[in-house]
Design a protein around this ligand. Structure first.
Ligand SMILES: Cc1cc2nc3c(=O)[nH]c(=O)nc-3n(C[C@H](O)[C@H](O)[C@H](O)COP(=O)(O)O)c2cc1C
Length: 250
């Protein structure tokens, strides 16, 4: 497929005739879900302070991409903190369908849904889940051990399949296109970087490690998560696991 560096440049002035300006309703900030499926409530955010004691200087200093994880499981509270740090909702203005999160997003469009491939989290069956960020809950998509498929879909990157949980960020581009048309794609890629950086820092605070992953098979990854690959598709992912020695484990 031909890809052009031109998309990295700004062409902001040429945004005209947006769906927003035509009065097309704003797309929902969260994908609808089947309320009959298994929903798992997550520990509340006021419980996080006790598990995150490191100061910001140390977190930034020690941050690195970590690809070796121990067999120790993540607790549900730790997972809950990581979800909140990456896509947590601080304010939801329901009548305007606007959401403010712990990360910034161009035009507050927030085009991402978060999926998890869970391997080793206390209290969760192995399987694929989606984060319901407004409710701060998880919904089970499918149960099973998807380690082999995860490694295959990340082009043989073994460490991804040997983590405790893989964070997968899938974009629904229309949420940004509604406002910014052709300028959306750069903005979506930039948004993804903010999310993953919060995962790096939040993981460090828990004595966990993570590593950004952009090298994956698009079709296999979309298929594994159950996405159509057109209106919603995977853009970025990152495995997380407990590490041996703080600041020393690559
Ligand atoms: C956009 C992006 C994509 C990346 N993709 C991968 C990847 O697919 N596999 C991998 O092992 N590391 C990946 N990395 C991690 C980089 O290799 C890592 O950040 C770099 O080597 C610098 O190391 P540090 O993060 O420890 O400072 C990626 C990082 C970024 C920011």
């Amino acid at each position: 497929m031909k890809k052009s560096k031109e998309f990295l440049k700004s062409d902001w002035e040429s945004i005209v005739n947006t769906d927003r300006s035509k009065g097309v309703p704003k797309p929902p900030v969260e994908k609808p879900y089947d309320k009959n499926k298994k929903i798992i409530p997550l520990p509340k955010i006021d419980e996080f302070k006790e598990i995150t004691k490191t100061n910001l200087f140390d977190l930034i200093l020690n941050r690195r991409s970590r690809r070796k994880y121990t067999n120790k499981p993540l607790s549900l509270k730790e997972l809950s903190f990581l979800l909140w740090a990456t896509q947590g909702v601080k304010k939801y203005v329901k009548d305007k369908e606007v959401v403010f999160r712990t990360v910034p997003s161009a035009g507050a469009c927030h085009p991402f849904e978060t999926y998890l491939i869970v391997f080793n989290v206390d209290g969760l069956e192995k399987g694929i889940y989606r984060y319901l960020s407004i409710e701060h809950k998880l919904i089970l998509i499918k149960e099973g051990d998807f380690s082999k498929q995860t490694i295959e879909a990340t082009l043989g990157q073994q460490f991804v399949g040997h983590s405790a949980v893989v964070f997968i960020w899938a974009a629904i581009p229309y949420r940004t296109e509604w406002k910014y048309t052709h300028e959306s794609y750069k903005a979506i890629a930039l948004d993804a970087g903010h999310i993953c950086q919060n995962l790096y820092l939040a993981s460090e605070a828990l004595n966990c490690g993570t590593c950004a992953v952009a090298a994956y098979d698009q079709e296999k990854m979309d298929l594994l998560i159950g996405l159509d690959g057109q209106e919603e598709f995977v853009v970025y992912l990152a495995p997380v696991g407990k590490i041996q020695t703080p600041g020393n484990s690559f």
